[in-house]
Design a protein around this ligand. Sequence first.
Ligand code: ADP
Ligand code: MG
Length: 247
Amino acid sequence: MSNTDFALAVEDLTVSFDGFKAIDKLTLYIDRNELRVIIGPNGAGKTTLLDLICGKTKASGGSIKFKNTELTRMAEHKRVRLGIGRKFQTPSIYENLSVFQNLEVSYPAGRSVFGALAFQCTEAVKAKVQEVATDVRLADRLDTEAGLLSHGQKQWLEIGMLLMQEPELLMLDEPIAGMSARERELTAELLQRICTDRAVIVIEHDMEFVKQIAHKVTVMHQGKILAEGPMDKVQADERVIDVYLGH
Ligand code: ADP
Ligand code: MG
């Protein structure tokens, strides 16, 4: 496979904060339709890597190619338009709006037949809201005020808001933190469903959850990749046990 076949190709990526290299010549390739989990100790650089890919943080060196387009100097909103969606650790939903409205406002305005100025809830938008709400298990909560949802449902709603934009790369930072066991199970199913037509990167600590969802696992340590491969191989790696799993 050539480097142009990947959804995401990160090469020699580096970022320094006052001389400290939070990401240090990191190289990583993600396939289309792949669900990759990134694990590693606190401070390894996992969140910073997502910040670099979505454009929240500017790289000091190296390259990030998405669908073969160089991103490193591209503005954050342009990366969103190219198809990159990022979920942060705390959900950013509109608590006072209904589930339906939260999804509706996330529909890319440019795609509406009326354009951004005269946005109307067309049948196409309604159908998309229904489809996404079903995907994130909120189809029977469309009229509920988002603030009244459970913590897990709020997380799903935010994933839904990202799915409204049909991202080709979706990045989730610790999506199951604070969820109940049942919500974790359902989230695993949800992630498996939504990676069938896009690449998904998940940062997670819960090893049971990682085992359930990961196609491949990347272990980060001190801004570098320590190990990468299928879960059973990574779990048996002495260096991984040393710096992470052994603790
Ligand atoms: P992880 O998500 O793996 O726990 P982070 O990516 O949050 O790790 O952080 C990696 C390292 O980079 C940490 O030492 C953190 O303090 C540092 N860091 C992250 N962002 C910044 C920043 N904007 N300025 C300075 N240091 C930062
Ligand atoms: Mg983090």
